[in-house]
Design a protein around this ligand. Structure first.
Ligand code: ADP
Length: 619
């Protein structure tokens, strides 16, 4: 039993519990997986917007380069440099401020004289003059060269690379130049200062949005350096350098023409000058950005405020908490393409549904395993008990057979050898008869039980007078009981007790009860038979004054092979079949058999059988 329990535990329950636990864990991860997958899908949307934004800056830069090329085709660079600011204003429609300077940092154009009342030019000179001429270094974001012509390259650069690039750039750009910028950006000045104070190691700056689903680190991947304009333009022929001045993003496009390598032509364009073009970067209605779409896309400026929103006019509770976002990069530093879910609860709900179903399935499977395991265990226990009972039964039957056979043989031999006196002979013969009867009863019990078990026994039912059967059995047993030292009495209500049934089978019931009363009658040898009618029932009770059935075993004694008084401990032989057989026979006759503890000590076994009524006899 213990072994099968261990096997069940190790081979079934334990693996199922482990599987259940694994399944529960995977159910919990479902939500994360679903969210991640959705995030990856939506990240593509924001990546596209970010690429579009970089492309726009790139296109403006190319437009400036084209304008300059045309201007240089009709005029010598040195001449153009002298009035470049004025000429660019008419040649290029963008409200950009053009400038030209020598590689030594001497500004050729504009100067305060031609600026006149032009506030833009005056502002340029005041804010950027000393930086472009190399007199004051400032923090700026150079757009990487490879990104200038292929804006899609910037997306998803890894943080590690950005760090390295930032460091290298700093080393290269900042040799011996540690003074603070003349006009640092207010918002980012702290981080720039700390970057400088720590030498060439770039500080980590967190992004100004916190996407709920960050596929990369939430730290900004921007590269910046603190240097003057000349250092930013020292290498290459063209580029873009962005910087914040008075909290406003200034974009500076620059070109060193091949025909005059000692001159740098540039222009300053403010991010706000491109305001009209921002909405074009987002999908229009019907291209995934319509009012029915599941999400809202926004281009956020460096203050995390929307510069453009699709669908137009949409709002969200907190612009700083998008579902996913992509940093635009150095082309628009600290700007973000952000996506907000319209119904974030739907994502959670669908994940919860998947999880709920999984929980349900797992619980059902575990429940089935537990119930199955319990049933198997109960059945195993039942089979083991039955096997134990059958083993006991075999040894009991052998013992039961051996005792009467020994007596019969002994007394028969005595008589056969002529050693038995004539007076003793009738007594010996009676002993042989009683023992033979005992054998018959035992064999009958075993055969009848086997027949009933296989449903082979057929009862031959017919009407008969129960009182007559009682008289017959009682008279044959009373003599034997008296001889064995029992006090016997039969208390009977007046007959008749007509019943319908198998007379032999019912006689067997009474014989079994009397035999039990004799076996378990104890010291106070007293047996009473009562017969009486009770309404439509006739009742037979066999009473003794023995120890009775131990408490709690009253129902079990009617089970096959069950013995409350074990042969070994009590010394009383038996097979455990008598009462179970009696109950089957009585039930087959529509009656019942009951045990009651007898007041004053002893047992009271009562058989109740239906009396034959006129209607039952006619049928
Ligand atoms: P057995 O062959 O063991 O007598 P039975 O089916 O006749 O088998 O009885 C089942 C058990 O019921 C007995 O083992 C005994 O413990 C208990 N029993 C039966 N009759 C009596 C009785 N008159 N007094 C006390 N216990 C009894």
């Amino acid at each position: 039993m213990k072994k099968s329990l261990l096997v069940l535990l190790l081979a079934v329950l334990l693996p199922s519990l482990v599987l259940g636990w694994l399944a529960l864990r995977s159910a919990q991860e479902q939500q994360i997986v679903l969210e991640r997958r959705t995030a990856e899908l939506y990240q593509k949307e924001t990546d596209t917007v970010a690429t579009a934004a970089r492309s726009l800056i790139s296109a403006e830069r190319r437009a400036f380069a084209e304008t300059l090329r045309q201007m240089l085709s009709s005029e010598k660079p040195q001449q153009l440099a002298g009035h470049f600011a004025v000429s660019l204003r008419t040649a290029w429609p963008q409200p950009a401020v053009g400038f030209a300077l020598t590689t030594e940092g001497i500004i050729c154009s504009p100067n305060l004289h031609d600026a006149g009342s032009n506030t833009q030019v005056r502002q340029f000179l005041a804010e950027n003059g000393s930086w472009v001429s190399g007199k004051a270094p400032a923090t700026a974001y150079p757009v990487p060269m490879d990104e200038l012509n292929r804006p899609e390259l910037a997306s998803r650069k890894t943080y590690g690379n950005a760090m390295k690039r930032g460091g290298d750039y700093g080393n290269q750009m900042l040799q011996g130049n540690q003074s603070q910028s003349a006009q640092p950006s207010k918002s980012y000045s702290d981080s720039y200062a700390s970057k400088e104070s720590s030498g060439d190691k770039p500080e980590i700056v967190t992004r100004n949005v916190a996407p709920q689903q960050a596929t990369l680190s939430n730290d900004s991947q921007l590269t910046w350096a603190t240097a003057d304009f000349r250092e930013f333009t020292a290498e290459g022929n063209e580029g873009v350098v962005n910087r914040f001045v008075n909290d406003k993003l200034n974009m500076i496009f620059w070109i060193r023409p091949a025909e005059a390598r000692n001159l740098v032509f540039g222009c300053l364009l403010r991010a706000e000058d491109l305001a009209a073009q921002w909405p074009d970067l987002l999908p229009a209605n019907g291209e995934g950005g319509g009012p029915e779409s599941d999400f809202i896309l926004a281009l956020l400026n460096d203050k995390a405020q929307p510069s453009a929103v699709s669908p137009a006019g949409s709002t969200v509770p907190d612009w700083k908490k998008p579902f996913v976002a992509t940093e635009i990069g150095e082309a628009l530093p600290h700007w973000e393409a952000a996506l907000y879910l319209r119904h974030p609860e739907r994502l959670v709900a669908s994940a919860q549904k998947v999880r709920r179903n999984l929980y349900l399935l797992i619980s059902c499977a575990l429940g089935a395993i537990a119930i199955g395991g319990w049933v198997v265990m109960a059945e195993t226990r039942r089979q083991l008990t039955l096997a134990q009972k059958k083993t006991d039964f075999v040894s009991n039957v052998s013992h039961e057979l051996k005792t009467p056979l020994t007596s019969i043989r002994m007394f028969a031999e005595l008589m056969h050898s002529g050693r038995a006196t004539a007076e003793r002979q009738p007594q010996y013969l009676r002993i042989i008869m009683v023992e033979a009867e005992r054998l018959t009863r035992l064999i009958n019990n075993v055969l009848d039980f086997a027949g009933l078990e296989r449903r082979q026994r057929q009862f031959e039912k017919r009407p008969f007078e129960l009182f007559e059967m009682l008289t017959q059995i009682w008279s044959s047993h009373e003599v034997h009981l008296r001889e064995s030292g029992f006090t016997t009495s039969w208390e009977s209500a007046a007959p008749p007790y007509p019943v319908i049934g198998d007379e032999d089978a019912l006689a067997q019931v009474l014989v079994n009860l009397l035999a039990n009363a004799e076996k378990y009658g104890g010291e106070q040898k007293e047996i009473t038979l009562r017969s009486y009618s009770e309404g439509a029932w006739v009742c037979l009770s066999v009473l003794d004054r023995g120890p009775g059935v131990p408490a709690g075993e009253e129902a079990k004694i009617f089970e096959p092979f069950y013995r409350a008084h074990d042969s070994l401990s009590s010394g009383i032989p038996g097979t455990g079949l008598g009462l179970s057989l009696a109950r089957r026979i009585v039930q087959e006759h529509g009656g019942e058999i009951l045990y009651q503890a007898r007041p004053g000590g002893g047992s009271n076994f009562t058989v109740r059988l239906p009396l034959q009524t006129p209607s039952s006899s006619s049928s």
